[in-house]
Every structure is written in structure tokens, then in C-alpha cells.
Design a protein around this ligand. Structure first.
Ligand code: SF4
Length: 260
């Protein structure tokens, strides 16, 4: 099977959600957060494709504003103009923090590069790597831009499949060592990094193959209901998720408040 890091993470959180999204192919609803993430990624890609003299804040801001266009054909991402404005200004704040705090003269080797890496068992890892830079010692740094909030504990961020398997894909594709994997949280301008050892990469590859085997052999896709159901795109199709949300609302109301 073809598996991406985000598809694998979705399955680990809830196999039923994986089925809705990746087997049934149901569309994800447009959302302000998704839209913001796409726009910020596109602006940073544009920025690093420019020659150094053109990498000014004024140009970056202008491109971000100019390309900010919701796509009504895919469904509106924003419920009203005020919400759209709030998210637009938030995106500008991320870019400003990036411009002030990061090395704007960097020369990335990869920008949003699509990778397909064959794995044992006939599986293929697929995905888009945001950026790859070269470190001073010649090894590579894989950078993943994040527009969401970072978890309180860095170890949770690094438990996602992306930071574990992107270094594997980059090493395999380039034939060069990855010395650092970085999650760059644009909201806070915070870097969460680790140095993957050969043993880490081997373990990540084995875990990914195990997961792909498990998914390939799954025919039930048992739902794993939890707090995330409230924000799940497929809640209206999922009785288990609806039951969980209804139960949580009753518990939150407290026994004394129940009408019967
Ligand atoms: S509503 Fe909950 S249980 Fe149902 S698919 Fe979504 S995350 Fe899974």
C-alpha cells in the first residue's frame, strides 16, 4: 500500500477515520486552520525560491496578501469576513516571526519535495517534505513547518510519524546522512529538533512497515472514539463518535443538571 505519515498517524488515532478518509475517499471539510497552513507554506516556498536581494519583508507580505484567496468551489473555509481577517493577520504574524527569527539567507536543497520510497512488503512511503537544508558539517537538516500549537512536551511532537520517517526518506533519496530533524512551530518561532541515529531510522522504517501491514490486513477499521471526535470531519457518519460526544456532554453537564 501507499502510505503517508499523516495517513499513518490518522490510522493510529482512529482506524475508522482512516477508512472514511483514505479508503472511502471522503473529502475533508475546508477549515480556517487548513487554509492558513496551506497559505503560509506557499508563501515560505515562494520566499526561498527568490534570489537573496528579493527576500524582503515587504515582498513576502505582499505575496501572502495577494495569494490569499479562498476557493468557493471546495467550500468556504471561513464562516464570515471577520474570521477570515483574523486568520489572515495571524498568518502574517507567523511570517513576521519567521522573517525576524530565522535565517532568511538560507539556501534550501529541497522545497516541498514529493518523495516516494519503496518499503519491504510492497509498500511505498509517500509524502511531501517541506524543506531540506545542509548543515555546516555537510549532513542534512529536514525541516517540517507547523502552524498548529506545539504540544507541552517536545517528546509528544516527535512521536508523530512525520519526524520519524521523513529522515528515512531523505537519506534514502539523497544517499546523504540526516544530522537533524526539526519541527518549526511558526506560531511561537520555536524549533523542536532531534538528531536521528541509524538505529532510530531503522526502527522508524520497521514501525512503518508494521503499520502498513496492519492497515493492509484490516477489514473492520474499528472506531476509536475519544475527545477528538468532537472535531472529526466524519462525526455525522459515525454512530460511535456521536455516542461518545453525547456522553461527554452529559458528563460535562453534571448529574444535577440533567432534565430527567
Ligand atoms: S467521530 Fe471519532 S470514532 Fe468516529 S471516525 Fe471520527 S474520530 Fe473516529
Amino acid at each position: 500500500m501507499r502510505i503517508s505519515a499523516s495517513a499513518g498517524d490518522t490510522y493510529r488515532l482512529c482506524p475508522r477515520k482512516f477508512r472514511f478518509q483514505y479508503v472511502d475517499g471522503l473529502p475533508i471539510k475546508p477549515s480556517p486552520h487548513l487554509f492558513l497552513g496551506t497559505q503560509v507554506h506557499a508563501a515560505l516556498r515562494w520566499f526561498f525560491e527568490r534570489p537573496l536581494p528579493e527576500r524582503t519583508w515587504e515582498r513576502l507580505e505582499r505575496v501572502f496578501r495577494r495569494n490569499w484567496r479562498d476557493d468557493p468551489e471546495r467550500g468556504r473555509s471561513f464562516s464570515n469576513r471577520e474570521e477570515e481577517r483574523r486568520f489572515g493577520l495571524e498568518g502574517l504574524a507567523y511570517l513576521r516571526a519567521f522573517f525576524d527569527g530565522e535565517d532568511t539567507a538560507a539556501t534550501p536543497l529541497w522545497l516541498e519535495e514529493w518523495v516516494e520510497m519503496p518499503l519491504d512488503g510492497g509498500h511505498v512511503l509517500v509524502g511531501r517534505v517541506d524543506r531540506v537544508d545542509q548543515l555546516d558539517d555537510g549532513r542534512l537538516e529536514v525541516i517540517d513547518y507547523k502552524t498548529g500549537r506545539p504540544p507541552h512536551d517536545d517528546r509528544f511532537a516527535l512521536r508523530d510519524l512525520g519526524p520519524q520517517v521523513y529522515p528515512v526518506a531523505v537519506e534514502e533519496t539523497t544517499g546523504r546522512r540526516v544530522g537533524r530533524m526539526t519541527l518549526l512551530y511558526l506560531r511561537e518561532g520555536r524549533r523542536v529538533s532531534y538528531e536521528p541515529s541509524p538505529a532510530d531510522l531503522e526502527a522508524a522504517r520497521a514501525a512503518l512497515i508494521d503499520l502498513a501491514d496492519t492497515i493492509s490486513g484490516d477489514s473492520r477499521f474499528v472506531p476509536r472514539a475519544g475527545r477528538r471526535c468532537r472535531w472529526c470531519d466524519f462525526l455525522d457518519r459515525c454512530p460511535e463518535g456521536q455516542a461518545y460526544v453525547a456522553g461527554a456532554e452529559v458528563a460535562a453537564a453534571g448529574a444535577d443538571d440533567l432534565p430527567f
